[in-house]
Write a protein that binds this ligand. Structure first.
Ligand code: NAD
Ligand code: DAU
Length: 349
């Protein structure tokens, strides 16, 4: 069967890496990238594949139900990899409603369109929901999130993603729609919008600006190189068992302050600054409201069942990432002009 895959949010950070991998790897598939090009979506992220014959970009909003239904009728999708979302926790605290529309209503629109198109004939079909570890809530000093951990979302962002995940699973239980879900930890790498910790810190260090650290800086995250997440998504889409959930993580926990010290060391070296120079920019600022203390993923299921594991050590990945942002100055300048400045003032000043 000819595969026609809808990728939503393909102009964002993770989506662009997924498309870069899959468009080249599967020349016989057709890929349609549906993206509204919000502040986080950028067609410059897709230069590597924009002229490939098996790739098409469609600008559109997943909250527009009629548009989504027509798109499914037109392209007759056989699979969906759903990444489009409002993805930044701090923005969800400032303006939760956008997250409800895109992350929940948008997901239901896609589920309904797939259900209408496939009409019970699910042979060779798949709806893949790309989700986050934040749905599990927060951990103390010990323990890991497994696929059995109960959902306990605590920010408007994570509550909206949890709601969407529940709906995806409900479409399996109620309508037997062949779904699969993955929950991944913090990604890092090129093309990440510099509202997120690592690209924001890299950009600020480059310009000699303060590096804002929330609260006491001892909040802990598990970090995974984005291309390793993209490889996991490809594997789960093709080999994941229907109705199963896969946790994806880097087995790589860092307290924010330790991570930023490591980054400062790398930046000093790359920028030819004396060791310790960048670390002087570290500034503790007001904490994020409802800040989750620690996330950590047990990724043993995906390793055991799909033979996936991260390909890089964190030090290698971080160095590659710093190189990417230093080499792609124009990209960074383009995305930090205009509306970004307004957001930055509101969030940090
Ligand atoms: P991102 O914010 O970089 O990209 C989101 C993309 O979705 C953008 O291109 C944006 O234009 C598009 N979009 C937003 N609203 C839309 C709408 N209404 N209609 C169509 N397109 C819309 O996000 P990301 O970091 O690439 O995350 C992608 C997915 O992966 C999200 O679902 C997120 O929850 C999940 N995730 C992210 C991480 C992470 O560390 N970044 C980790 C785990 C899971
Ligand atoms: O865990 C997966 C999630 O990772 C994804 O679902 C989200 O889409 C993605 O944004 C990310 O969420 P976080 O909130 O963990 O990422 P962020 O980069 O915003 O923050 C990482 C940590 O750094 C967190 O503890 C908050 C802190 N932080 C963040 C910023 C932006 C700071 O201390 N200062 C900052 O300026």
């Amino acid at each position: 069967m000819q595969q026609t895959i809808l990728i939503t949010g393909g102009a964002g950070f993770i989506g662009s890496h997924v498309l870069d991998l899959m468009v080249k790897k599967y020349p016989d598939y057709q890929f349609i990238n549906l993206d509204a090009l919000t502040y986080a979506g950028n067609l410059e992220n897709l230069k590597s594949i924009e002229n490939e014959p098996n790739y098409t970009f469609v600008k559109g909003d997943i909250t527009d139900n009629d548009f989504v239904q027509n798109l499914f009728s037109h392209y007759q999708f056989t699979g969906v990899i759903h990444l489009a979302a409002e993805s930044h926790v701090d923005r969800s605290i400032i303006s939760p409603t956008d997250f409800i529309y895109t992350n929940i209503v948008g997901t239901v629109n896609l589920l309904n369109a797939a259900k209408n198109l496939w009409n019970g004939d699910y042979e060779g079909k798949r709806f893949y929901q790309v989700s986050t570890d934040e749905v599990y809530g927060t951990l103390g000093e010990e323990g890991l999130f497994t696929e059995e951990t109960s959902y306990d979302p605590r920010s408007p962002y994570s509550a909206s993603k949890a709601s969407a995940d529940h709906l995806v699973r409900a479409y399996w239980h109620t309508y037997q729609m062949p779904v699969v879900v993955s929950n991944c930890s913090n990604n890092y790498g090129g093309y990440q919008f510099p509202e997120k910790l690592l690209p924001l810190a890299i950009n600020n260090i480059k310009h000699g600006k303060n590096i804002p650290i929330y609260g006491d800086g001892k909040y802990t995250r598990d970090w995974l190189w984005v291309k390793d997440h993209a490889a996991a998504i490809d594997l789960i889409f093709h080999k994941g068992v229907t109705a199963e959930t896969y946790n994806v993580g880097g087995n790589n926990e860092w307290k924010n302050i330790d991570l930023i010290h490591l980054l400062c060391k790398i930046m000093d070296k790359k920028l030819g600054r004396p060791e310790g120079d960048s670390a002087k920019l570290i500034t503790f600022v007001r904490d994020r409201a409802g800040h989750d203390r620690r996330y950590a993923i047990d990724a043993s299921k995906i390793k055991r069942e799909l033979d996936w594991e991260p390909s890089l050590t964190f030090e290698e990945g971080l160095e590659k990432t710093v190189d990417w942002y230093l080499e792609n100055e124009e990209w960074l300048n383009n995305v930090t002009s205009g509306a970004y400045q307004q957001y930055y003032e509101q969030q940090y000043v």
